[in-house]
Design a protein around this ligand. Structure first.
Ligand SMILES: [Mn+2]
Length: 409
């Protein structure tokens, strides 16, 4: 069975009877004049189809236990083919997604109306991906479509597919784990090149460029997120990403970045000295963060919550920080939490529940000492197993001696 049909099957089993799900691939957002921002496919649509073209719609239906799957896509256009390249043909869409019924995009409205009319009195409902991160964010294709439908059929119940899809996406299958590993291995190459090229008086932006070059060299055309390349006191700003200052001798450089592979993200942080050598104090703080990371690796397994893992880190810091003259309380030096889920999104969709085997999470304790301009974060990616975890990014060097000898070469 095709990977995507298996996933759709999992969704269909969880949907109520007499319902349909409409998932939209999305549209590129206008930037200026005739230019758009790069198109990024709706992750749930991609998860269930493997397709990543604009303005496609997936419809899954369940009618008296009978299931149906269809796809609505823009027709092939000869004129466009000469200007910007061909759209996907129906056959190609079927080959990738294994969805046999592929219709023209403009048939969607009539099809949906027909199903709704036929289902009157049957306790019929519609599922949508009602993702909306913030109140003033522009409405998604799904929201716009749902609002239009609601105006015509005010009695229709509309349900958010989020809990169903999130619960499935939280556990990665073997393909997803392999893709994340591949994204991590490209990220590793990028970090190595940064370590080899960094030196005092270079601009942070050059480091970002070195990383991006390695991604392209490895045919990866998308970062998982905007790279953080911060030296000195800027490394104490959690999400600094201006990356435009000169790095000075004696400073620590912090990078938080990731490649993608088939839309799966790596999320890695490393901190190393601009001149290749840790000072005694930098090493002391660094070893503390490294130890916090090891606590998480020792305890991450199925059944544990991210909250529990974070508490272990906080407890360790509470005991340890005062021994190093850091007496302002943990929150002053460590103010984010240690883990989030990772997958098709860098901060992957998740629900507040214990980890299951197959979950992939980050392990990213940090310490930010503003007074001393020392910001340190070390971040690895972990695959959760029944009785422990696998560090997917174990090949990316992080021990002090390893970093120093690698940078010495
Ligand atoms: Mn992260």
């Amino acid at each position: 069975m095709n990977l995507y049909s298996k996933r759709r099957q999992n969704v269909l089993t969880r949907m109520d009877d007499n319902s349909i799900l409409l998932l939209f691939s999305g549209k590129a957002i206008a930037k200026s004049e005739d230019e758009c921002y790069d198109f990024d496919v709706n992750r749930n649509f991609y998860y269930l189809t493997g397709l990543e073209k604009e303005d496609m719609v997936l419809m899954l239906g369940k009618n008296n236990g009978k299931i149906s799957e269809s796809l609505f896509i823009l027709p092939y256009d000869e004129y466009l083919a000469r200007w910007v390249g061909g759209r996907m043909s129906k056959q190609e869409a079927t080959d990738i997604s294994d969805i046999k019924i592929v219709c023209d995009r403009d048939e969607l409205d009539d099809t949906v109306a027909r199903i709704i009319e036929r289902s009157r009195g049957k306790d019929f409902k519609l599922y949508f991906d009602f993702w909306h991160y913030s109140y003033d964010q522009r409405s998604s294709e799904a929201t716009k479509y749902a609002v239009d439908l609601k105006a015509k059929y005010p009695y229709l119940p509309m349900i958010d597919i989020f809990p169903i899809l999130t619960s499935l996406r939280m556990v990665k299958d073997e393909y997803e784990v392999a893709y994340i590993k591949k994204a991590i291995s490209i990220t590793n190459l990028g970090i190595r090149k940064m370590m080899r090229n960094i030196k005092p008086e270079l601009n942070e932006m050059v480091m970002e460029g070195v990383f991006d070059f390695v991604l392209k060299e490895n045919l990866c055309n998308k970062n998982a997120f905007k790279t953080i390349a911060a030296s000195g006191h800027r490394a104490t700003i959690l999400h600094y990403s201006t990356n435009n200052q000169v790095m000075k001798n004696g400073e620590l450089f912090l990078c938080d970045l990731g490649a993608t592979y088939k839309n799966y993200c790596a999320d890695i942080s490393r901190t190393f000295p601009v001149n290749g050598k840790f000072s005694k104090r930098q090493r002391e703080i660094y070893e503390m963060v490294l130890h916090a990371q090891k606590i998480v690796v020792d305890h991450a397994k199925a059944g544990v919550t991210l909250r529990e893992l974070n508490k272990m880190v906080v407890d360790y810091y509470r005991d340890e920080l005062p021994k190093h003259g850091l007496n302002k309380g943990v929150n002053e030096y460590y103010f984010h939490s240690v883990s989030h889920h990772l997958g098709l999104d860098t901060h992957d969709v998740s629900m507040d529940e214990p980890l299951r085997p197959g979950c992939v999470i980050t392990n990213e304790p940090g310490l930010y000492i503003t007074d001393e301009s020392i910001g340190i974060r070390i971040e690895d990616d972990l695959l959760i197993k029944e009785n422990g975890c696998e560090v997917l990014s174990k090949d990316i060097i992080k021990e002090v001696d390893d970093i120093e000898s690698f940078m010495d070469r």
